[in-house]
Design a protein around this ligand. Structure first.
Ligand code: SAM
Length: 313
């Protein structure tokens, strides 16, 4: 398959361009002059109406579509009235191997589309390695953004979204799981985790043990689908809630950040410094001792020690 006819360029280029000024967009400016490109297209996470017009046009214009599950993508295409499109299966196991072939197609002038089963390709789905290989090779990569479970759950949670962490799927067991759970326990930002429903109760119990039990959590299940459910409460209550349920469907956990450590009361710091000075320590030594035991800055403890020494002289 060679370079694209100009007609298809019109279809894929509908809407604003990458620069926001309309005309031939990065995913759509695909004509006989333009080199080929790789375009990542986001697809619905449950509700087929969430497929954007630009996503549909790009799927229609693609010379070939790389996808995780050809049957699933074929169903999406037939929902859009797109038939006869060549599909190539690409799952995490063959991603690296497929890169060379895919880059060859793009070099030959093809519009190569990458989709995953649902949501944004590359987010807990294949994509990252292909994009990095393509970028290394200097070929044009573009994205048609759209549905994503993590961001949908985050904004529905009501938890701070100004800064957040995405943990994807936690390891199922072992030291790396413990390390990641401990990191979530200490994390000040909101954390988003993908989890299988069958493992939700165990993960909530582990999080409860590793975080403060009153930490807020949101469980977002079956987003955009008929049985969408958004549960909000504490980790302790969530653990009890999930333990008695045979949950089905797809789940995202959004966990509130660790509350900032409370600064020790100024009177307590003053008392501790006075005690250290009274035991015969010098100003510097007393400041270091109190800084280490109460978790305040050495400079702060030093200023207090200095003040106390002046007052007593
Ligand atoms: N690439 C996808 C995205 O952009 O969201 C994520 C793919 S990852 C393999 C699948 C996980 O995403 C599920 O196990 C679940 O944690 C989450 N997920 C996907 N669709 C969902 C939905 N409709 N409701 C809740 N969680 C969903």
């Amino acid at each position: 398959m060679g370079p694209h006819p100009a007609g298809a360029a019109g279809a894929a280029g509908a809407g604003a361009g990458a620069d926001g000024h309309g005309g031939s967009g990065a995913a759509g400016g695909h004509d006989t002059q333009a080199p080929g490109r790789l375009v990542l297209v986001a697809t619905p996470i449950g509700n087929l109406s969430d497929l954007s017009e630009r996503a549909r046009d790009t799927l229609a214009a693609g010379d070939v579509i790389y996808c995780e599950d050809t049957r699933r993508t074929r169903a999406l295409l037939s929902h859009c009235g797109i038939t006869g499109k060549p599909l190539v299966r690409l799952d995490a196991n063959v991603e690296a191997r497929r890169a060379k072939e895919l880059i060859g197609r793009v070099r030959g002038g093809q519009l190569v589309v990458l989709v995953s089963d649902a949501g944004m390709p590359g987010i807990s789905d294949p994509g990252e390695r292909l994009v990095s290989a393509a970028a290394r090779d200097g070929i044009t990569v573009d994205v048609v953004p759209g549905p994503n479970a993590a961001l949908s759950a985050l904004v529905l949670s009501g938890l701070p979204a100004d800064r957040f962490c995405f943990e994807g799927f936690l390891p199922r067991r072992g030291a790396e799981r413990r390390r990641r759970l401990a990191a979530i326990g200490a994390e000040a930002r909101t954390t988003v985790v993908y989890e299988a429903p069958s493992r939700l109760a165990a993960t909530l119990a582990d999080l409860s043990a590793g975080c403060e039990a009153h930490r807020e959590v949101c469980i977002a299940r079956e987003l955009t689908k008929l049985h969408q459910e958004v549960w909000r409460g504490t980790l302790a209550d969530a653990t009890a809630w999930a333990a008695g349920r045979d949950l089905k469907g797809e789940v995202v956990l959004v966990i509130a950040g660790s509350p900032p450590a409370k600064a020790p009361d100024a009177g307590l710091v003053r008392f501790a410094v006075a005690e250290s000075l009274a035991s015969g320590m010098g100003v510097r030594e007393a400041a270091s001792e109190v800084a280490a035991s109460l978790g305040v800055s050495r400079h702060y403890a030093y200023e207090i020690a200095l003040g106390l020494r002046r007052e007593s002289s």
